[in-house]
Design a protein around this ligand. Structure first.
Ligand code: FPP
Length: 248
């Protein structure tokens, strides 16, 4: 029996949910195991969350799988994590393809080993025509990297005569980000009781509702996602207006 699922208002679903999956290392340590054991168990949570989001009819799910800063972890952990990521994605791609899930990535994949990036690209190709849930994996991603890249492209377009200063507005900037094709997330979840954004989607979360849970990522299940959505739906989103204005 699901305590939260039936409380979800299907007419008020967020279109886009973003998740900072945190706590794998602490979960493993609690179990007296190596950090990678936590990442391995985090895969089950990724699968459950993706399935729950697809079943509900959520259009976009963005998962922070590997940050630019994660490259600074011990080499053994980076290698193991990269390996796990690409192996898992390859293993899950047929299921994603069958369930109409479109796999996408954001991030600086040029920093990945070429072989890993190529394998990833093949998986992306296999789901390219799907129209259901867009599963966006943030890999080698950080928001400041993304904003820096956007500014670089804008300046370059400006110099080439393809972008006039007067035409730069918020929409223009959004269009230069790696998330240009996706709506901003309405809900951002972070697990493991940490209250930080950690360089994730800084521009895109201007009006996003933030939800923090103590649950460590490897323990995160469908029910935890439902709970976050129910909590989200209980909030009044005012976008800077007064309560009276938005309830009229
Ligand atoms: C954060 O926990 C988690 C990560 C850096 C990696 C997330 C990766 C997975 C769940 C693997 C599978 C993912 C996909 C998309 C197939 P942490 O290591 O920072 O934990 P800690 O804060 O307890 O140390």
């Amino acid at each position: 029996m699901s305590q939260y699922k039936e409380q979800i208002d299907k007419n008020k679903l967020p279109q886009h949910i973003a998740i900072i999956m945190d706590g794998n290392g602490r979960w493993a340590k609690k179990m007296g195991n190596q950090r990678i054991f936590g990442h391995e168990n985090g895969v089950t949570s990724v699968r459950e969350t993706t399935e729950a989001a697809a079943e509900l009819g959520i259009k976009y799910l963005t998962l922070y799988a590997f940050s630019t800063e994660n490259w600074n972890r011990p080499k053994a952990e980076v290698d193991a994590l990269m390996n796990l990521l690409v192996k898992t994605i390859e293993l899950e791609t047929p299921t994603l393809a069958k369930n109409n899930v479109k796999l996408l990535t954001i991030g600086d994949t040029s920093r990945m080993p070429k072989e890993t990036a190529d394998r990833l690209q093949q998986c992306i190709q296999q789901t390219a025509n799907n129209t259901g849930l867009h599963l966006i994996l943030a890999l080698s991603y950080s928001s400041r990297w993304e904003i820096t890249e956007a500014i670089r492209s804008m300046v370059s377009d400006g110099i080439n005569g393809n972008l006039a200063t007067a035409d730069i507005n918020e929409t223009t900037i959004s269009n230069y980000l790696s998330t240009a094709k996706y709506p901003d997330p309405e809900l951002l979840i972070r697990t493991s009781g940490e209250y930080r954004i950690s360089n994730f989607l800084l521009w895109q979360i201007a009006y996003t509702e933030l939800y923090f849970t103590e649950v460590l990522w490897p323990d995160f299940r469908k029910e935890d996602l439902y709970q976050a959505i129910v909590n989200f739906q209980s909030r009044e989103r005012r976008f800077g207006k007064t309560s009276e204005q938005v309830t009229q």
